[in-house]
Design a protein around this ligand. Structure first.
Ligand SMILES: [Ca+2]
Ligand SMILES: [Ca+2]
Length: 479
């Protein structure tokens, strides 16, 4: 079975608290080290502790705490002896002595800044009557059952030597909400402890933690084989074999560039906790987009930028680390572009006829063609001028394309990435400004009229002149 690597990592993180905790001494990166293991017994009530440190011990404080009561029995601000080593570290020693009675004790050293970590050693001092199991002051990791297998849990508990066999873990527990509130009164259960000298473990069977869900443990006590009881700590068990449920609510169809709401419904009845791991949309050509939150944690938007079948995938994870995936298919349609042309800024309509003068500035601009946001930047503009000229990939034409007079049928077609198209058709008449027909029509009659008037004037003048110079015949009397 294919398992997403990210899920593996996340589950590993969730289970990390269950990994056994390292002892206070022996860790290689520890700056402050005890030369002792937890659980040494000193029935005479006194011990000389030794150790080393790579940090200065100037601002140190220490306490000897009775683990069963939490009371500080002894405190101090320095160790008895601190000596420098050749490698720059320090060796230290300190004597502890309890004259009256014994205790199960934590010897706790607090170093000054920058190391704020507590370093502790559990020692059993004085009378064995006073010794009881001691929890190391470390968080006890939650137990999470996500399958039917038993779970072996390391417990950070220190038992007095020889008291391991027959020791038990006493658990006061109740089915609880995810916030740890008991849903019914707590009951007691005990589980045997297993010790091998290095660690103390308990084997838990998920069947003992039914029904599935959160279990609050208000009290976790280790009882050794002489019935000495540790103090009580709290615990939490999550029994969750049931993956979360998830579904997607969204439109089954949309247009390109629509802002589509995607609602993720996820629940987990067993852990009451569910979180989104991933929400992504895959385009028809396999591109993956991570979706943005829209309003709240369960509402998102997707804006498909191409037509075809889109798939939205969601993966959620419950409080136990179990994940579930749902998917949703959305058919996305392309919308055809809308052709738009402006002639010197004026909008052109289908069937328009324009007249322009040859050589005058001219701009036919098809950039006002529109489409959805996903397509508008990649529209292809194709011009047909008359029967012969086809220009593809050209958004604007100027007077350079109309170098002779005549009437041109112009068609501009705009095509989007899906091949959807629309067009505008109009005519453009290019006229010669040097011999405008309209002027000739007006001037011609005026010229003819003027010529006519001139001819009439000449005729009248000549007629009058002729009449004053008519010769008279001889013998004809003057009148
Ligand atoms: Ca679950
Ligand atoms: Ca389109």
């Amino acid at each position: 079975m294919m398992v997403h690597p990210r899920v593996i990592v996340l589950i590993a993180v969730l289970l990390l608290p269950c990994v056994p905790v390292a002892a206070a001494d022996g860790a290689t990166d520890e700056a402050f080290v005890f030369n002792h293991d937890h659980g040494e017994t000193h029935p005479d009530g006194s011990v000389e502790l030794t150790g080393s440190s790579t940090l200065p011990l100037n601002d140190l404080t220490w306490e000897l705490i009775d683990a069963s009561t939490g009371a500080a029995l002894l405190t101090g601000t320095y160790l008895d002896s601190v000596a420098p080593n050749a490698d720059g570290s320090w060796s230290w020693s300190h004597n502890l002595s309890l004259v009256d009675s014994g205790c199960s004790c934590r010897f706790v050293v607090n170093l000054g800044a920058p190391d704020l970590q507590r370093h502790e050693l559990v020692v059993f001092l004085g009378s064995g009557m006073s010794w009881s199991p001691v929890w190391l002051t470390q968080p006890i990791g939650d137990v999470v059952f996500t399958d039917a297998d038993n779970r072996t849990v390391d417990l950070p508990i220190v038992l007095a030597p020889g008291r391991e066999n027959g020791s038990v873990l006493e658990v006061e527990r109740c089915p609880a909400s995810s916030t740890g509130v008991c849903k019914s009164p707590p009951t007691l259960a005990t589980f045997p402890l297993v010790t091998d000298g290095l660690s103390t473990t308990v084997v838990l069977n998920p069947l003992d933690w039914s029904p599935e869900g959160h279990w609050s443990v208000p009290s976790l006590v280790v009882i050794d084989n002489v019935l000495a009881r540790s103090d009580s700590v709290q615990w939490h068990v999550l029994h969750d074999l049931t993956p979360p449920e998830v579904s997607i609510e969204s439109a089954s169809s949309a247009n390109e560039s629509d802002l589509v709401l995607v609602v993720v419904n996820a629940t987990d009845s067993t852990s009451d906790l569910v979180e989104l791991v991933e929400l992504r949309a895959t385009s028809p050509d396999g591109r993956v987009t991570v979706l943005d939150a829209a309003v709240n944690d369960s509402e998102f938007t997707v804006q498909p930028d191409s037509s075809g079948s889109w798939t939205v995938h969601v993966t959620v994870r419950d409080g136990a680390g179990l994940s579930q995936t749902a998917s949703h298919v959305m058919q996305v349609s392309n919308l055809p572009p809308v052709a738009g042309v402006r002639l010197n800024g004026a909008m052109v309509e289908n069937g328009d006829a324009f007249q322009v003068k040859l050589g005058q500035p001219l701009l036919l601009d098809a950039s006002t063609s529109s489409d959805t946001a996903s397509d508008v930047l990649d529209l292809n503009h194709v011009w047909w001028i008359g029967d012969d000229v086809r220009l593809s990939g050209v958004e604007r034409l100027t007077e350079d394309r109309f170098q002779k007079t005549g009437t041109f049928d112009v068609r501009m077609e705009v095509v989007d990435d899906d091949g959807a198209a629309s067009e505008l058709v109009f005519t453009l008449e290019v006229v010669d400004p040097a011999a405008p027909l309209g002027d000739a029509v007006v001037v011609g009659p005026v010229v003819i009229l003027l010529i006519g008037v001139a001819l009439v004037g000449v005729f009248l003048f000549r007629q009058r002149k002729d009449s004053t110079s008519i010769p008279t015949w001889p013998g004809e009397g003057e009148t």
